[in-house]
Ligand binder design. Structure first.
Ligand code: TRP
Ligand code: ZN
Length: 864
C-alpha cells in the first residue's frame, strides 16, 4: 500500500479573498461528440486588483488543445493538477482556450456527461472546471453566450441558458443553435442539454403583463406524464408574485427531465435540469408523495431564480444563503397549496430523524460551515433544512410583514450581486428594526440545543411560571457553545372551554422565566408550538396530560408532538425492560387509541399522524449508545399493540372508503393515507391479507397499489407479498421509475436471505450501477431503511454496503458519499456491531484512489 498519499486539504471560510479579475463576457462553442467534445472559450478579462500578475483558472481532467491571448498563441502559464496559473501582465485582454474531454466516460455526472443518448451538464458546485478552464467560484459573474454544434438527427434539441439567438444547419448532418443570457451569472448556473425529447409547451403571463414561454422536455413517449409539472410551475410563478412580488425575468423558462442525475434538480438560469423522478407523474405510475415532490421541487428550483440566481452566494460557505431561504420559500408554498400541518410534520420529521443525527455525528457543521474538503458533501440536511428553520425563526421574530420588508430590502441592495449570509441578516434587521445580533450565532454554531422546561402554577396568585434553560452539547466540530436567541412560541389552552391565548417568548439567556398572569386552573400550556425553534425539549409529561394536549390544544403540531412523546416513552419502556412492561404499555396504547378514535378528529391527515409511531432514527437520537436490534424490536412491539388496538377502527375505515376517481387534492390524499395506514395495521394485527390483495387487484392508482404491497410485507404474509411483487414487476418492467419502487420494496424487506435478494436485484435486467436512482433504490434503501438486516449481528449487512461503496468510489463519488452516511455512526453502537462497522469503514478508508468525498466523511468518522 502507498502510504505517501497526501490527504486532501480543507478550505476555510476565513481564507476568502476576492478574485481580483472581472470576466466581462464568456463566449463558448461546444462541438459535441460522445467520446470527444471540444470546447472553445473566449473570455474578456479585466484586471481589478492591479497588484496581481497571475490569473488562476480552475480546470480538471481537461486536455488543453490551445491557449491564446489577444489572438496570439501564449505560453507563459503553468499547468497544475487543479488548473492554470497564467502570467498576466495585461490590464485587460481577450483569452481564448480550447479544451477537449470525453463525456461518455464521465460517470460522476458532474461537468458535461453523456448518458442515455443525451448530453447534459451539472456544474454546481464545482463542476464547470471539468468543462473548461475558468474561475470556478460563485463570486465571478459574467454575461454568457453559447453556441452548440451537434448531430442534427441524434440531438434535435440543443439547449442552453437565456434566449435563443440563432440556429442553422451544417454539412455532415450537423446543426447549431446559439443562446444568450443577459443576466450576469456565475459558472455554476451554466447549463447545456442536447438530445431528443417530447416537448410540452405552455405559457404564463406575469403580473406586469409579460408573456413567458414555458417548455418542458421529457423522454420520448412520456409527454402524458408532464402536465402536473407544468401546472406546478405556473402555480409557483403566481405564488412568488403574490407572496413576494417577484416576477420571472426571461422570455422563456425551460425544464428538462433526465434519467441520470445525482440529486433532485438544478436551478440553472432559464434551463432547470431535473431528475425525471421529480417531473413525471400520472396517477397510474406516481404516488401521492411523488405528486407532492414534483410540485415542491418545481417550486424550489423556480424560487431559486430570485433567491440564488439574481442574488447568489459570495462563496460556497454561504450555501445556506440560497438553499435555506429557498427551502423555506418552497415550504411556505407547499403549505399554501395543501395542508399546513401535514407539511409541518413532514419538515419536523426530517429535522428530528436526519438533521439532529447529522449534528450529533462526525459530520456536524453549522448552517454556514467554516471548513470544507469536498463541497458536494455540504449539500446537507443541516444547510438545507436547518437553514430553512433558521429563516423560519427570523420570520417568526419579524412577523410576515417585517419579513416581506426584509426581503424587499435584500433585493434592493443585492440584486445582481454575490453576497453573504450576514448581508441577508443585515437586510432583515435594517428593514424591520428587530435586533438580530445574538440571533446571528445560529449561522456559526452547530449542534442541537436542548431546552429544559419546568412549570409551576400558583393557585392563589393565578400565575404560571415556566422556567426555561438552554444548553447546546459539544459537537464533533466545535466544543464551546454560546447561548442562542430562541423564539419560544407558546399557547395557553383550556381543557373545558374554548378559551386560549398565545405568544412568543425570546429566550436569550442561559436561563429565564416566562410568566403568565391570570391563568385558570384548568388551563395548560404548550411550548414551541408549530416547532418554533429547531431544538430538543426536555420536560416530564404524564401520559394523561399528553392525551389532554392531543385532544384540546389548538396548535396541531403540539397535538402531534404530544403523541410522539408518549409513543417514544412507551417504546423506551419496552426497550429498557422488555418482559415487565409489555402489559402496561399495551394498556396505555389502548387508552390513547380509544381517546383518539373516539374524538371525532375531522382532519384525517392529522389523525394519520397521531396514529403513527416516531421514526427509528428519531428514537436512536434520544440515546448516546444503542442496542439497535432491541430498539427496533421494541418499536415493532408497540406497532403491534397499536395495530391490535386499532382493529375495529381499521376495519371500519377500510370498508367505508370506496375508491373514487383519482384526484391529487389535499382531502383525497388524506383519505388514501388513512386507508393505507389502516390497511397496514389491519394486516399486521389480523395476519389476513384478503383486503390488501383486493386493493392491489382493484387499484387504479399507484398510491393504492403500493399501499397494498407494503401492507402485505409482514412476516406472516410474506408469500403473498412475493406473489404480488412478481405481478408488479411484470406489469412495470419497462418503466424504470416505477421499477425503482419495486427495487426499494424488496431491498427494505426484513428477511434473513436478504443478501441473496440483493444479488437478484442488482443482476436484474433494468438495474444499472451507473444510474443513481437505481443505486439509491437498491443499496440506499437497504443501508438507510432495512434496520434489522443492515445491522445483522454477523456484520454481513455492513460488509455488503461497504463493498458497494468501494465500487461506487470510482464510478460516482457523490452518490458513494451519500450512501456511506449510515456507516459513519459506528461509535453509537453497542457490542460487536461497533467493531464490525468500524472495520468496514477502515476497509473503505484503505481504498486506492479514495475520492475526496469519501475521504472527508470516513476520516472524520474514524477520528472521532
Ligand atoms: N442547487 C440544487 C438545488 O438545491 C442542488 C443540486 C442539484 C446539486 N444538483 C447538484 C448540488 C449536484 C450539488 C451537486 O436545487
Ligand atoms: Zn436549492
Amino acid at each position: 500500500m502507498d502510504n505517501s498519499v497526501v490527504s486532501p486539504t480543507a478550505r476555510r471560510l476565513s481564507d476568502y479573498k476576492p478574485y481580483g479579475f472581472e470576466i466581462r463576457s464568456v463566449d463558448l462553442t461546444f462541438e459535441l461528440e460522445p467520446a470527444n467534445t471540444r470546447v472553445t472559450s473566449k473570455l474578456k478579462v479585466k484586471k481589478q486588483n492591479l497588484r496581481l500578475n497571475k490569473l488562476y483558472l480552475d480546470g480538471s481532467g481537461l486536455e488543453l488543445v490551445s491557449f491564446k491571448i489577444n489572438g496570439q498563441v501564449y505560453e507563459s502559464y503553468k499547468k497544475t493538477a487543479s488548473g492554470l496559473e497564467v502570467v498576466f501582465p495585461f490590464e485587460s485582454a481577450d483569452v481564448e482556450i480550447v479544451t477537449q474531454f470525453n463525456p461518455e466516460q464521465n460517470k460522476s455526472l458532474e461537468g458535461l456527461y453523456y448518458a442515455a443518448s443525451t448530453f447534459c451538464t451539472q456544474c454546481e458546485a464545482e463542476g464547470f472546471r471539468k468543462i473548461s478552464y475558468y474561475p470556478d467560484r460563485p463570486d465571478v459573474l459574467s454575461v454568457w453566450s453559447v453556441k452548440i454544434v451537434a448531430d442534427k438527427h441524434k440531438y434535435p434539441y440543443l439547449l442552453s441558458n437565456g434566449n435563443k439567438t440563432g440556429e442553422g444547419t451544417l454539412p455532415d448532418g450537423k446543426h447549431w443553435v446559439s443562446w444568450h443570457d443577459p443576466f450576469k451569472k456565475p459558472c455554476y448556473l451554466f447549463a447545456l442539454v442536447a438530445g431528443d425529447f417530447d416537448l410540452l409547451s405552455d405559457e404564463y403571463t406575469t403580473q406586469s403583463g409579460r408573456k413567458v414561454n414555458l417548455e418542458l422536455y421529457v423522454d420520448k413517449g412520456n409527454a402524458g406524464r408532464g402536465s402536473h409539472a407544468l401546472e406546478s410551475l405556473k402555480k409557483s410563478m403566481k405564488w412568488d408574485e403574490d407572496t413576494f412580488g417577484l416576477e420571472y425575468d426571461l422570455d422563456i423558462y425551460m425544464i428538462v427531465a433526465v434519467d441520470f442525475f445525482n440529486m433532485g434538480a438544478m436551478e440553472n438560469k432559464g434551463l432547470n435540469v431535473f431528475n425525471s423522478k421529480f417531473v413525471l407523474a400520472d396517477e397510474e405510475s406516481a404516488t401521492d408523495e411523488d405528486y407532492f415532490n414534483v410540485e415542491s421541487i418545481i417550486a424550489h428550483e423556480y424560487f431559486h431564480n430570485w433567491t440564488g440566481n439574481r442574488v447568489t452566494c459570495r462563496d460556497w460557505f454561504q450555501l445556506s444563503l440560497k438553499e435555506g431561504l429557498t427551502v423555506f420559500r418552497d415550504q411556505q408554498f407547499s403549505s399554501d397549496m395543501s395542508s399546513h400541518i401535514s407539511n409541518r410534520i413532514k419538515q419536523v420529521r426530517v429535522m428530528r430523524e436526519h438533521q439532529f443525527a447529522e449534528d450529533a455525528g462526525p459530520m456536524s457543521h453549522p448552517i454556514r460551515p467554516e471548513e470544507v474538503i469536498e463541497m458536494n458533501n455540504f449539500y446537507t440536511v443541516t444547510v438545507y433544512d436547518k437553514g430553512a428553520e433558521v429563516i423560519r425563526m427570523i420570520h417568526t421574530l419579524l412577523g410576515a410583514e417585517g419579513f416581506r420588508k426584509g426581503m424587499d430590502l435584500y433585493f434592493k441592495r443585492h440584486d445582481g450581486q454575490a453576497v453573504t449570509c450576514d448581508d441577508f441578516v443585515a437586510a432583515m434587521q435594517d428593514a424591520s428594526g428587530v435586533d438580530l445580533e445574538q440571533f446571528r450565532r445560529w449561522y456559526r454554531q452547530s449542534g442541537t440545543p436542548v431546552v429544559t422546561v419546568s412549570k409551576k402554577y400558583n393557585k392563589d396568585t393565578k400565575k404560571l411560571v415556566i422556567k426555561l434553560e438552554q444548553r447546546t452539547p459539544a459537537t464533533a466540530d466545535q466544543k464551546q457553545k454560546q447561548d442562542l436567541h430562541i423564539p419560544v412560541a407558546w399557547e395557553l389552552f383550556d381543557k373545558t372551554e374554548n378559551k386560549h391565548s398565545s405568544g412568543v417568548f425570546d429566550l436569550k439567556q442561559q436561563a429565564d422565566q416566562l410568566i403568565i398572569d391570570d391563568v385558570q386552573q384548568q388551563q395548560d400550556i404548550v411550548l414551541f408550538t408549530d416547532f418554533s425553534a429547531p431544538v430538543k425539549i426536555e420536560q416530564t409529561t404524564s401520559t394523561e396530560s399528553a392525551i389532554e394536549v392531543m385532544l384540546h390544544a389548538h396548535d396541531s403540531f403540539s397535538r402531534w408532538d404530544a403523541a410522539q412523546t408518549v409513543y417514544s416513552d412507551l417504546i423506551w419502556q419496552i426497550n429498557d425492560s422488555p418482559d415487565n412492561s409489555c402489559a402496561e404499555v399495551e394498556s396505555a396504547i389502548n387508552a390513547i387509541v380509544q381517546k383518539l378514535t373516539g374524538a371525532n378528529i375531522s382532519d384525517r391527515g392529522l389523525l394519520c399522524e397521531l396514529l403513527s409511531l416516531p421514526g427509528f432514527d428519531y428514537l436512536s437520537e434520544q440515546r448516546e449508545t444503542l442496542d439497535v436490534l432491541a430498539l427496533y424490536q421494541a418499536r415493532e412491539k408497540v406497532k403491534h399493540f397499536l395495530a391490535s388496538a386499532l382493529t375495529d377502527f381499521a376495519a371500519r375505515v377500510i370498508n367505508e372508503v370506496s375508491s373514487s376517481e383519482y384526484r391529487y387534492a389535499t382531502e383525497d390524499v388524506a383519505i388514501r393515507r388513512l386507508k393505507n395506514l389502516m390497511l397496514q395495521y389491519h394486516v399486521l394485527a389480523t395476519e389476513e391479507f384478503g383486503h390488501a390483495e383486493q386493493q392491489f387487484t382493484n387499484a387504479t392508482n399507484m398510491t393504492d397499489s403500493l399501499g397494498a404491497l407494503s401492507a402485505m410485507r409482514t412476516e406472516a404474509t410474506l408469500p403473498q407479498f412475493e406473489r404480488h411483487m412478481v405481478a408488479f414487476e411484470e406489469r412495470w418492467r419497462q418503466d424504470v421509475l416505477v421499477l425503482d419502487k419495486w427495487f426499494a420494496l424488496h431491498a427494505g424487506t426484513d428477511r434473513d436471505d436478504i443478501l441473496a435478494t440483493m444479488d437478484l436485484l442488482t443482476s436484474h435486467q433494468r438495474f444499472n450501477f451507473d444510474n443513481p436512482n437505481r443505486v439509491r433504490s437498491v443499496v440506499g434503501t437497504f443501508a438507510f431503511y432495512n434496520i434489522p438486516q443492515f445491522h445483522k449481528a454477523d456484520g454481513s449487512g455492513y460488509q455488503y454496503v461497504a463493498d458497494n461503496i468501494i465500487r461506487l468510489n470510482s464510478v460516482n463519488p457523490q452518490v458513494a458519499a451519500r450512501i456511506v452516511t449510515p456507516m459513519l455512526r459506528w461509535k453509537k453502537l453497542m457490542g460487536e456491531r461497533r467493531d464490525k462497522m468500524q472495520n468496514q469503514l477502515l476497509r473503505i478508508a484503505d481504498t486506492p484512489d479514495l475520492s475526496k468525498d469519501l475521504f472527508e466523511k470516513v476520516s472524520k468518522s474514524l477520528a472521532e
